[in-house]
Each structure stands twice: as C-alpha cells, then as structure tokens.
Design a protein around this ligand. Structure first.
Ligand code: KG4
Ligand code: ZN
Length: 328
C-alpha cells in the first residue's frame, strides 16, 4: 500500500510517500525555523500562513522525488494532532481534499504515535513487543508501554516543561538562537564537566518528569555567572540526559520489556543517543536524527500499519477528535 502522508502540526511543512508503513519513497520537509528565529519561538499565525504557501509545492516535490503521482497512491493520511490548530488545519484539510477528490481512503494520525513509528522506517528487523517508548519532543515527554501495534499504556510524563521545551527555554536564557536543542548541544560540545552542578528531579517511584526546576537553576547560573555559557550548556544537557536515561533504564528492567524505542526531536541529541545505548539493559532503537524531528514519513508509517487493518477516518472528522494517547 502506497500512502501519501502530510504533517503540519508545528513549524515544518512535510509530505512523504511511504510504502507498507516501512519503506520511504520520498520525504520532504520545509522548515520554517528561519522565519520564527527572530521571534525566539514559533508564532502560530505566521506558521499557518507559511504552511499555506508551502503545502502544494511540498506535496508536489514528494511525488517528484518518489517518481510517482496521485494516480499511484492507495490512501492519504495526515497529522490530526496534537499541535497548533491553525497549522494542523492546513495539512489536514489538504489531505482530506486530496482523498475526497480522488475517492481515496483517509486516516488522521496522532503526531506522537507518528514519532514512535519512525522506528519502523529504519532498515532491518522491525521492533519487538513489549516496547517501552520514550517520546521527547518540543511539546511532550511521555513514557508509553506499547504491548502491540496500536496498544498503548501511558505510564507517565512531564509534570511541567517538556524536555525539548526545557532545551528551548534554557537556550534562550543562554542567549542562543531558537530552537535551543541543537544550539545547546553544539555549545556544550565545546565544553566538558565543570564544578557546576545543576539539579536532577528524579521523582522517584513515579514515571513522571519535571524540568522546570532545572530551567530555573540555569537562570540563576547565568545571572550569577557561576560558570561559562558552554559549561552551563554542558551541565544542563547532562542533567536532562541523566534523568531520561536513568528512569528509562530502571523502568525497562522492571517491566522486562523487549526493547526501548526513543522518539521525538530531542532524540536527535547526540549525548542522549550515546547514554541511552550505554545504560539501557535492553536493546535501544532511535531513528536517525532526520526522522526524530518532525517529518511526514513517520505519519505515513502509522498510516500504513493502521490502513492495512482497515482503519479509516471519516472526512468530517476534525483535528480535535480522539487525540489522546490512551485512545491512540
Ligand atoms: O519532535 P519535534 O521536531 O517537534 C515537536 O513535536 O515538538 O521536536 C522539537 C524539539 C525542540 O524543542 C528542539 O529544541 C528539540 O526537539 N531538539 C533537540 C535537538 N534537536 C531538536 N533537543 C536537543 N538536542 C538536539 N540535537
Ligand atoms: Zn514532533
């Protein structure tokens, strides 16, 4: 089954052609990051308008790179949420219009489920169950137990800032450009361990996370010049990575899962990738960085799996229906 997938939940306009939920024929991502950089964050209205400008050329390019056309497509899917409403509406409505015009099956896909399914796009044997999934993005830090395709139990998540949000906000405190994740990672690479110690919120006995205290500690460290910006960046990154890998490793052992699947933009972080592999008691899968950050291929991966099971979304479904993880 050849699926056209569209993603427009935040500041990336993306389209992909994916076969069978596992094979990428093309994946195109038009990033708006330069457009939002001067505001120090994403401006929803600006994002929606840019999606409108980009969506048709991006879809066209996805077909051109895949060497196929609408005539070859068996189904259309698009990110239904979570995300910025005005941004989602552009991709979702485009996908529905194509499905309607061509009388093709349509499926709305949860963005976080998409991040997890990026792990099915990597060559080699597919992930095995039960899997412990860590989704770390700009808006979410979730721990999910995946027992089977489409069967999820949310074990916990952040009580305040998402991991990516903590990177972005701390980056701003350090005077770095948006998004803070890649910028902090780059700056940290120029430093190493120092005397500075930032707090780790372990929230022992829970599957939850908290990063707002760490962010406040970064604020004080910057104001009081307790270390160089590079040393603060290093220690901040270590604190986030320490908590994420520590909690995932312990839980993977306790739950006796077959694998750990890491997903979402923060999974592009080099130190997180290294430490997760080093500390986990079970095999760890992390997609290549380009499939960790927002893309449409991951939406096509979910689409391929769910459409094959006969699942469809009605064309009158809106972006706010059935979006929670528990019902994914
Ligand atoms: O998954 P994603 O592309 O979009 C959302 O669904 O939110 O994640 C974006 C987040 C941003 O907060 C960004 O700073 C973070 O992922 N990020 C990183 C890295 N690359 C992107 N964080 C740490 N290190 C990175 N290399
Ligand atoms: Zn995302």
């Amino acid at each position: 089954m050849l699926v056209l997938a569209i993603e427009s939940s935040c500041d990336e306009t993306a389209a992909a052609v994916v076969e069978g939920g596992t094979t990428i024929h093309s994946t195109i991502v038009a990033s708006q990051v330069d457009l939002h950089a001067k505001y120090g964050g994403i401006v929803p209205e600006v994002a929606s308008r840019e999606h409108l400008r980009q969506i048709a050329p991006v879809v066209r390019e996805a077909f051109s790179e895949a060497g196929c056309s609408l005539d070859d497509i068996d189904a259309v899917c698009a990110t239904r949420g979570p995300g910025l409403a005005g941004a989602l509406l552009v991709g979702y409505s485009t996908a529905k219009a194509i499905a309607f015009g061509r009388d093709l099956p349509f499926l709305g896909v949860n963005h976080l489920e998409g991040h997890v399914y990026a792990n099915w796009l990597v060559e080699g044997p597919p992930p095995t169950f039960p899997a412990l999934c860590l989704v770390v993005s700009g808006g979410h830090t979730d721990l999910i137990l995946m027992r089977e395709h489409g069967q999820y139990e949310r074990l916990g998540g952040t009580l305040d800032d998402a991991a990516g949000e903590a990177f972005d906000k701390s980056g701003r405190l350090l005077g770095l450009p948006f998004p803070g994740g890649p910028a902090i990672s780059k700056l940290a690479a120029t430093a190493g361990p120092s005397a500075l110690r930032l707090p780790r919120a372990w929230l022992r006995g829970t599957c939850d996370f908290s990063f707002s205290g760490l962010k406040t500690a970064v604020l004080h460290a910057v104001r009081e010049e307790r270390a160089s910006p590079a040393e603060i960046a290093w220690e901040f990154q270590e604190a986030v990575v320490d908590v994420l890998t520590g909690k995932v490793s312990r839980l993977a052992r306790e739950l006796d899962v077959a694998e750990v699947l890491v997903a979402g933009g923060v999974a592009a972080n080099g130190r997180l990738r290294e430490e997760m592999q080093a500390r986990s008691p079970v095999p760890v899968r992390i997609p290549p960085p380009s499939l960790c950050t927002d893309n449409a291929a991951m939406i096509g991966a979910v689409g391929g799996h769910r459409l094959a099971l006969g699942q469809r979304s009605p064309l009158n479904e809106d972006i706010f229906s059935t979006n929670d993880w528990a019902r994914v």
